[in-house]
Design a protein around this ligand. Structure first.
Ligand code: ADP
Ligand code: 5GP
Length: 215
């Protein structure tokens, strides 16, 4: 297990760690680095109505559900947030996250500003919001081209949306500029470790301090 700032015996409540950025600024890269480096962090598994792609595993990549089941979950209030994306429904189920948070598990969310607002409204005290900015628009464009996953049209559309996405920077607790990727990753990891030590998350503190100050 990787050493973290929270490697002690005190119980703490987990947190919901949100990473957002304009497309291409490096959110996926930083998310992968965090997950590889930090064993206390897990990804939340969403529910979706879209068909399973080859190689995907039900319960790992997504919980694949029918539209009727998805609608029932919406009605029953079982999602923190949900949305229609590219003709299918996607949502973040509350059950596993609630149980995990109580047990001290942290969850990583790689979501946009709208999803962030919804999660914050539902679970303000458990949420930590981090926004990643590119060092410049020229560099953002270079990264989208360099990634090699999108056509010129898609890259142009992502660049056109970038300014609007950047305008949501003030809806976040932390803002980190992703210039050097290792430096950015280290800063984001520091934020995660510091937030773990927030007094209100350290549910084991009351008993510890009571014991510490007895007699
Ligand atoms: P996002 O998930 O925000 O759309 P990605 O993580 O896919 O962005 O990053 C976009 C591209 O930029 C990828 O090819 C990635 O390897 C590269 N990249 C990410 N961070 C940096 C950085 N600090 N310097 C240079 N290239 C980077
Ligand atoms: P894909 O079908 O390619 O896996 O995902 C399509 C889109 O759905 C992505 O932009 C992804 O971020 C979004 N998405 C995945 N899960 C959720 C979720 O739980 N809630 C919301 N709002 N969007 C999601």
């Amino acid at each position: 297990m990787v050493q973290t700032a929270q490697d002690d015996t005190l119980h703490r409540r987990g947190l919901m760690f949100i990473l957002s950025s304009p497309s291409g600024a490096g959110k996926t890269t930083i998310a992968r680095m965090l997950l590889a480096a930090d064993m206390e962090l897990a990804v939340s598994v969403s529910a979706t109505t879209r068909p399973m792609r080859s190689g995907e595993v039900d319960g790992k990549d997504y919980h694949f559900v029918t539209q009727a089941e998805f609608d029932r979950m919406v009605e029953a209030g079982e999602f923190y947030e949900w949305a229609h994306v590219f003709g299918h429904s996607y949502g973040t189920p509350k059950g596993a996250i609630r149980a995990g948070l109580k047990a001290g598990q942290d969850f990583l969310f790689d979501i946009d500003w709208q999803g962030t607002q919804q999660l914050y409204q539902k679970a303000e005290r458990d949420v930590v919001r981090v926004f990643i900015l590119p060092p410049s628009l020229a560099e953002l464009s270079n990264r989208l081209i360099g990634r090699g996953t999108d056509s010129a049209e898609v890259i142009a559309a992502r660049m056109a949306r970038a300014q609007a996405e950047i305008s949501h920077w003030d809806g976040y607790d932390y803002v980190v500029i992703n210039d050097d990727v290792e430096v950015c990753f280290a800063k984001v990891h520091e934020i995660l470790n510091a937030e773990r030590m927030r007094r209100t998350r350290q549910t084991g503190l009351i008993d510890f301090v009571r014991e510490l100050t007895r007699g």
